[in-house]
Design a protein. Structure first.
Length: 247
């Protein structure tokens, strides 16, 4: 079976893609159940730290391999994509529960990373190393976001929204500037990908970038509002708003 898959190129919503999506869903359900069942206990803390450690142990060696002479590619190797930053932030958030890290894990993990899951920019198939690294990194980030939010109940608020949006804006400006200097295209901020993508529906550069900003701002607001409304209903009248609380 592995020989057959290895001989084929990756196909979106082909067998290997569907298997990965199934694994994502099963893992998500399991993590939500564990988080809710043991919320507020040492067991929940240990599960989060195990997930953080697994993220680091899986991604760090794999990323370092891409810096070896035979694998290094200036246009793809540097950890400048948001997905690269997302696994770092997710591991830190799972370990520490710091507000800013939890916020970035939530917004990046549940929108930008899941977009890569739904429409992956991937050519190699299982059991190629690139396939395993790509999916392992993306699944772990999504699982981290789900565990922190629905498992442990660390829900976002408008402060989390502002933090995530500002950090993402700083990333975009920095990476856009790097792309100009290094003649790269990280984040597809300077040009559309060569293959057909959803960006084709948003017009030419720079309009598709501006459209992405508006879409992200709107979607993240929609992902924040229900949690804020729920927290307002549960908050005692004497309590002050703005503190990150379990939902």
């Amino acid at each position: 079976m592995e020989e057959v898959l290895a001989a084929e190129r990756f196909t979106t919503y082909g067998t290997s893609h569907l298997v990965v999506i199934g694994l994502l869903l099963v893992g998500a359900v399991a993590l939500v159940w564990v988080g809710r069942a043991y919320r507020g206990t040492a067991t929940a803390e240990r599960v989060g730290k195990v997930l953080a450690a697994a993220t680091l142990m899986f991604t760090v060696p794999a990323q370092l391999l891409y810096f070896t002479p035979g694998s290094f590619d200036l246009e793809r190797t540097l950890p400048l994509q948001l997905c690269d930053l997302a696994w770092m932030v997710s591991a830190y958030g799972l370990w520490t529960h710091r507000r800013w890290a939890v916020a970035l894990t939530y917004y990046w993990g549940l929108t930008l990373t899941t977009q890569a899951v739904a429409t992956p920019d991937l050519a190699v198939n299982f059991p190629d190393r690139g396939f395993i690294v790509f999916w392992g990194m993306h699944l772990l980030v999504v699982w981290g976001a789900i565990y922190l939010t629905w498992g442990l109940g660390l829900a976002p608020d408008w402060r989390s929204y502002r933090t995530a949006f500002c950090v993402t804006a700083v990333w975009a400006v920095a990476v856009f500037s790097f792309n100009l200097v290094a003649d790269t295209n990280y984040g597809y901020l300077n040009d559309k990908p060569a293959a057909a993508s959803v960006l084709d529906l948003l017009g030419p550069w720079p309009w598709y970038v501006l459209a992405e900003v508006v879409i992200i701002a709107a979607v993240w607001a929609l992902l924040t509002w229900p949690w804020v409304a729920l927290a307002a209903k549960r908050r005692p009248k004497s309590a002050k708003p703005g503190r990150l609380r379990p939902a």
